[in-house]
Design a protein around this ligand. Structure first.
Ligand code: B12
Length: 214
């Protein structure tokens, strides 16, 4: 890994937001593809942060600072990613969000960014999104796919609530549902009647392409 990428990775691990914000444009100027920077520096950094939290080495403030550093870098890398997509043919429209009661946004945003980079038009609704809001956005954007993120065992139930709300609104037939987030899995996807599950952002792009046959 280049020295700059290594520094960016370290800035996220240490929760150094200003440093991450400073390094991200330097990485691009050095000719590194934004996707490479995300996959080789930002993702592994957040994974390590998660492991350190789970082992008791890191605490919530460390997580928040790491997340802020990651977001600062993403604010620079994301426009560079989407710029590469601009001239491309739009493959489909995706509405994505983290379900109600859940404020974890990093994984969901990453999936949105990667879908956008792959050529999908993405409407990111943010976090703590109520089922009724998903329904409204699906209607407004005439989306083909809805992506539901849940990082808590308590909020994964709300993925099911969104599917039910789509059914009640008579939209279920016309929309594909993909779910993700650490506590979920293919089994849970089947249980709640989702069309697909993906473990990470790359897989999400593959699954969405399969769902739409593009
Ligand atoms: C960072 C973090 C936070 C940050 C979030 C900051 C932010 N702005 O997002 C903060 C500090 C705010 C936080 C808060 C809490 N957290 Co937290 N958090 C994490 C942590 C360490 C990392 C999550 C992360 O960002 N990972 C990096 C991203 C890139 O990975 P990811 O989210 O898994 O996403 C990938 C895949 O899952 C998938 N994916 C994700 N979404 C989607 C959606 C679709 C459609 C698809 C296809 C794929 C997909 O693709 C992504 C990219 O590869 C995890 C531990 C862990 N190892 O996951 C705990 C963790 C999720 N948190 C946990 C807990 C308990 C909480 C709190 C309740 C803590 C508390 N007591 O207050 C609160 C919850 C508040 C709430 N109501 O939501 C627990 C959940 C336990 C459980 N099973 O229920 C975990 C597992 C930690 C633990 N082991 O205890 N957290």
């Amino acid at each position: 890994m280049s020295e700059l990428l290594e520094e960016l990775r370290e800035a996220v691990i240490l929760g150094e937001r200003d440093r991450a914000q400073e390094l991200a444009p330097q990485v691009l100027e050095a000719g590194v593809e934004p996707l490479v920077a995300i996959e080789e520096a930002l993702n592994p950094a957040m994974q390590l942060v998660g492991t350190r939290y789970e082992s008791g080495e890191y605490f919530i403030p460390d997580l928040v600072m790491a997340a802020e550093a990651m977001k600062a870098a993403m604010r620079v890398l994301e426009p560079a990613l989407t710029a590469r997509q601009e001239q491309r043919h739009v493959l489909g429209t995706v509405v994505i969000g983290t379900v109600e009661g859940d404020i974890h946004e990093i994984g969901k945003s990453l999936v949105g960014t990667m879908l956008s980079a792959a050529g999908f038009q993405v409407h990111d609704l943010g976090v703590d999104v109520a089922p009724v809001e998903f329904v409204r956005q699906v209607q407004e954007t005439e989306a083909n796919v809805v992506g539901l993120s849940a990082l808590l065992t308590t909020t994964m139930l709300n993925q099911e609530a969104v599917i039910e709300a789509l059914e009640e609104a008579g939209l279920r037939e016309q929309i594909k549902v993909i779910i993700g987030g650490a506590p979920t899995g293919p089994e849970w996807a089947r249980t709640i009647g989702a069309d697909a599950y993906a473990e990470n952002a790359n897989e999400a792009v593959e699954r969405v392409k399969e769902l739409l046959g593009v």
